[in-house]
Ligand binder design. Structure first.
Ligand code: C2E
Ligand code: MG
Ligand code: MG
Ligand code: MG
Length: 291
């Protein structure tokens, strides 16, 4: 970093680097403000049971309602939050908010079974994560089995032995665990077998060219077969078209998530669309495949 090399190296900054670091500083400062002023929001995207077509769970996805920038998506701030450590308090907020929300949805008699919360590499390496999760569950009164933690394959593989220990702690607590963005992070099969997880989420990059691309088809088939062999359930993200839906149904993928069913929506909208409606079987809109 230029800072380490001394002030005289400032001239080596390119314009692009300067713009990037200014953006980064703005985002960092903004995020601190956001945490203190309640500007973070959670949106929820339904996960649909392939067999029955009902909404069985939701993935919580963080957004930032900025007073001037509007609704800011995680692509713009999760990296900065990770680099600065702000992901730890942000993650704690997300967890609490998602648990509180799930608690009210679960009380409606219905198939709704769990809420999934993303945990990034930096959070996972934070030794307090386990205590934070445990305390949040106790404080919100949510049954641990309703909470699912999504950990990316690449985060897990940064330090698989340590990860294994942490995953066992979470298993002991009774929360569900899944590997996010599966297929992109080179996990070894040995670990996959040893991890106390319940599901894998096939990354959208494997879905985007379905069902035309032979390579994608082969990979989805292989991952699904492997996961099922290991008694793991398969969630597929990024389902956008009827053709993808029928291929994935044929492959017996267990649950599906994607714009075809719904974009991530506010808690109010989710409640209206999926909880109040009695979780009725989802029927894809036949008139238009695209979101
Ligand atoms: P992810 O966990 O893999 O989440 C899936 C992303 O794919 C979400 O983007 C979702 O809106 C998007 N998506 C879902 N279905 C479709 C589809 O059919 N088509 C397309 N094109 N996209 C689809 P989002 O909400 O922008 O989140 C991006 C990433 O940011 C997430 O990827 C996750 O890694 C991270 N993230 C989001 N919320 C949190 C959070 O609370 N904590 C942490 N640590 N990371 C988060
Ligand atoms: Mg996820
Ligand atoms: Mg994912
Ligand atoms: Mg992904």
């Amino acid at each position: 970093l230029a800072k380490e090399r001394g002030k005289n190296n400032f001239q080596f900054y390119t314009l692009e680097m300067t713009e990037k670091s200014i953006e980064r500083m703005k985002v960092e400062r903004g995020l601190r403000h956001a945490l203190a002023h309640d500007e973070l929001r959670l949106h929820y995207q339904p996960q649909i049971c392939t067999g029955s077509g009902v909404v069985i769970s939701a993935e919580a996805l963080v957004r930032w309602q900025h007073p001037e920038w509007g609704l800011v998506y995680p692509d713009r701030f999760i990296n900065v939050a990770e680099e600065t450590g702000l992901i730890v308090p942000i993650g704690a907020w997300v967890l609490r908010e998602a648990c509180l929300q799930a608690k009210t949805w679960i009380e409606n008699d219905g198939p709704f079974g769990s809420v999934a919360v993303n945990v990034s590499a930096r959070q996972f390496l934070d030794t307090n994560l386990f205590q934070t999760v445990k305390r949040t569950l106790a404080e919100t009164g949510l049954n641990p089995s309703v909470l699912e933690l999504e950990i990316t394959e690449s985060a897990i593989m940064q330090d698989p032995e340590n990860t294994l220990q942490v995953l066992h702690q979470f298993q002991g607590l009774g929360v569900r665990l899944s590997i996010d963005d599966f297929g992109t992070g080179y996990s070894s099969l040995t670990y996959l077998r040893r991890f106390p997880i319940q599901s894998v989420k096939i990354d959208r990059s494997f879905v985007i060219d379905l069902p035309c691309d032979e390579g994608s088809k082969t990979l989805v088939r292989a991952i699904t077969a492997l996961a099922h062999e290991l008694k793991l359930s398969v969630v597929v993200e990024g389902v956008e078209t009827r053709d993808q839906l029928s291929f994935l149904t044929e492959q017996k993928c267990d649950s599906l998530q994607g714009y075809m069913f719904s974009r991530p929506v506010s808690a109010e909208q989710f409640q209206q669309d999926f909880i109040n409606s009695g979780f009725k079987t989802y029927l894809p809109n036949t008139s238009n495949d695209q979101p």
